[in-house]
Design a protein around this ligand. Structure first.
Ligand code: K7E
Ligand code: CUA
Length: 656
């Protein structure tokens, strides 16, 4: 137990000595973005336990948007509207929440192309793709044979693949009822290779690599000379299934797993893949029908490296590695052992030579282990305590985050010398340099995503906002410029020049292209249709009224579907829609779009509906009524907008 206590103490972050130190005099000027001016970078930030992505401007730190991904978001109806519900479907049914840790922005030739942001669901394993034009989640793909999708999503140079490694090794889905104590025999670590369509971004699981049962933590693709390879940090190579805090920290070294995915592709072509039954959801949002669909898939192709020599190798890495990062040239692979005293830097060339010469140190569960020294380029000595993640500035330097000693440390990749260190407030997790994981980092800033906030802001009860910190890295010394609070608990984030994204932003959806089954593309198409106990309301919104805004003939026991089409064709004119007593949320309808709110009235009366988004001077007038009558009542189904709409509609009905 003494060991546990000692370890526990060690891992709690400590406060840097000069906590609260002043920023340099010109800091304010460097982060000041004048009113009406735009930021230089978009910062796409993971939401951690809120399951969302958020978008900030850098250098101002201003929050621009929250993009719901894996979690329901009542603010705009994500997960509440009928159209978006299928996005949260999984093989377990609807899962309304997840834990999003990592962002991967799509690249072409290893450089940001500004098309998509990928994010991982850590709890119920899924990968999402968010459009950087509409800032909406377009696709969510569930991953079978996985548990705790932490080593995810990471992308190859041309976004050929998004990969996702399982954090928990688990028994294969179709042989799952085994004793936990049979970990070593039955538990496997699966890595999913998800292919991404060049034009549409559409994802699919190309294959899964079935590896020995270890925990995958993080990963990076090779680039340049190492394009075609992938590197994963692993821990729990002790293969413990209980008290991992102690039992997974026994070995002096864990592993980095090097995967030659080009070679895996060759084996697949030779038919070495095995089709295995698997159940997982594939959810797609269609911008034309404004509707998501969820398809349950039944099969996945697996590759067993034991049957495919030459695709995977283990490299020893001290100790409990967390981050595994590849420098812009693709030559250097940086491991960050949370419990290690050094930062090991591996050489891709040396790794290739060691593989060719078979400079191995035996094997681990049938996979060759390359000798540590044979793959090692060198070690950064005395870098700090608890290294977690490394990013690159594009000037030949790396910056590593240290959780325990609560600092960012800049070091030179070639000579492995520490150049500079700055404290973080407090206990930094991930860090992000704009373009840091790409072949051409944009540099200029580093942002620290801190795990502990304490006294940095006005106190807000037991829970404080997480804190991000922006540093200028354009000179020799890193300089703190700004603290800004964040939503959720950010882990990784990426920043990308605004110029790559802003010009492509979606402004409206063309009403004539609206392919929604229940769209009313003009007020003339507005109507109410009864199908048994289902009542479909085709309702339009335009400043500042709904058509229809008076509806009678709804009865207790009915299920009402308000299909709201926003007829506006102007940027930034969404309308909202809410109904009193509704058991879900509001919906927010973008110009040209149709969204549906389901409502099951549970009492007799006249129920108000209204627009929730302040859309015009007469926004407050944008409202209506629905009359709910007892089941079996003979009130006619009538509707309208205008002068006594219901009375007029009744007259028409009477004439027929
Ligand atoms: Cu927070 Cu990337 Cu989940 Cu490190 S991980 S900090
Ligand atoms: Cu429409 Cu307020």
């Amino acid at each position: 137990m003494a060991a546990v206590a000692a370890l526990g103490l060690n891992l709690v972050g400590c406060k840097p000595k000069d906590a609260g130190s002043a920023v340099s005099g010109d800091a304010a000027e460097k982060v000041y973005v004048a009113p009406g001016k735009h930021d230089e970078f978009y910062n796409i930030v993971s939401g951690g336990f809120n399951g969302q992505m958020s978008v900030y401007g850098i250098p101002s730190g201003r929050l621009l948007k929250i993009v719901p991904v894996f979690s329901v978001f009542p603010e705009n109806g994500w997960g509440y509207s009928e159209e978006s519900k299928p996005m949260l479907n999984t093989s377990h049914g609807e899962v309304p929440w997840d834990d999003l840790h990592h962002i991967a922005l799509s690249t072409t030739n290893g450089e940001h192309d500004g098309r998509w942001a990928f994010g991982n669901a850590n709890n119920t394993p899924r990968v999402a793709r968010v459009s950087l034009s509409s800032f909406r989640t377009e696709e969510i793909l569930e991953l079978p044979n996985s548990a705790g999708n932490h080593s995810s999503p990471f992308i190859t140079e041309n976004t050929e693949y998004v990969i996702a490694g399982t954090r928990f090794s688990v028994p294969t889905d179709n042989n799952a009822d085994v004793p936990i104590s049979t970990f070593k025999q039955n538990f496997k670590g699966y890595i999913s290779f998800i292919n991404v369509d060049k034009n549409t971004g559409r994802m699919g699981i190309a294959f899964q690599l079935k590896t020995p049962g270890v925990s995958f933590d993080l990963a990076r693709a090779g680039k340049g000379k190492s394009h075609g390879w992938f590197f994963f940090s692993t821990y729990n190579t002790e293969q413990a299934n209980t008290l991992l805090e102690v039992n997974a920290s026994q070995k002096d070294k864990d592993f980095i797993l090097a995967v030659n995915w080009k070679k895996a592709e060759e084996y697949l072509k030779q038919g070495k893949g095995r089709k295995e039954p698997a159940k997982y959801a594939h959810n797609l949002y269609d911008e034309k029908t404004h509707t998501a669909t969820s398809t349950i898939m039944n099969e996945v192709i697996t590759l067993d490296p034991k049957e495919c020599p030459g695709i995977v190798y283990f490299i020893p890495c001290p100790k409990s590695p967390h981050g595994c990062d590849v420098d812009p040239t693709g030559e250097y692979i940086v491991g960050s052992g949370k419990l290690a005293a050094v930062i090991p830097v591996f050489s891709f060339d040396k790794l290739q030579k060691a593989i060719a010469d078979k400079t191995f140190d035996g094997d681990f569960d049938g996979i060759p282990v390359v000798k540590y020294e044979a793959a090692l380029y060198g070690e950064v000595q005395k870098p700090g305590l608890g290294p977690l993640h490394t990013e690159f500035d594009g000037q030949g330097n790396a910056i590593t985050s240290f959780f325990v000693s609560s600092e960012l440390v800049k070091w030179n990749i070639k000579d492995l010398k520490v150049l500079d260190r700055v404290p973080t407030y407090y206990s930094v997790g991930h860090l992000s340099i704009p373009g840091g994981p790409t072949k051409k980092p944009h540099g200029k800033y580093v942002i620290a995503y801190n795990k502990i906030t304490k006294d940095r802001y006005l106190p807000t009860g037991p829970e404080l906002a997480q804190s991000a910190q922006l540093y200028d890295i354009s000179g020799d010394k890193m300089k703190l410029l700004l603290d800004f609070p964040t939503v959720g608990e950010p882990h990784y984030a990426e920043a990308i020049p605004a110029a790559l994204i802003a010009k492509n932003s979606t402004k409206i959806y063309k009403i004539e292209e609206n392919g929604h089954k229940y769209a009313a593309k003009g007020e003339k198409e507005a109507k109410v249709v009864r199908e048994g106990n289902k009542v479909h309301v085709y309702i339009t919104s335009i400043r500042s009224h709904f058509t229809p805004d008076n509806i009678e003939g709804v009865k207790l026991g009915d299920e009402v579907y308000f299909h709201v089409t926003n007829l506006e064709q102007d940027w930034d004119v969404p309308h909202g829609f809410a109904v009193k007593g509704g058991d879900n949320a509001e919906i927010l309808i973008m110009p040209g779009e149709t969204q549906t709110l389901r409502w099951k009235p549970n009492r007799v009366g006249v129920v108000p509906i209204y627009c929730t988004d302040f859309c015009s001077a007469l926004h407050q007038e944008m409202q209506g009524y629905v009359r709910v009558s007892p089941a079996g009542s003979n009130v006619q189904l009538t509707w309208g907008t205008g002068k006594n709409p219901v009375a007029e509609a009744e007259k028409k009905v009477a004439k027929k």
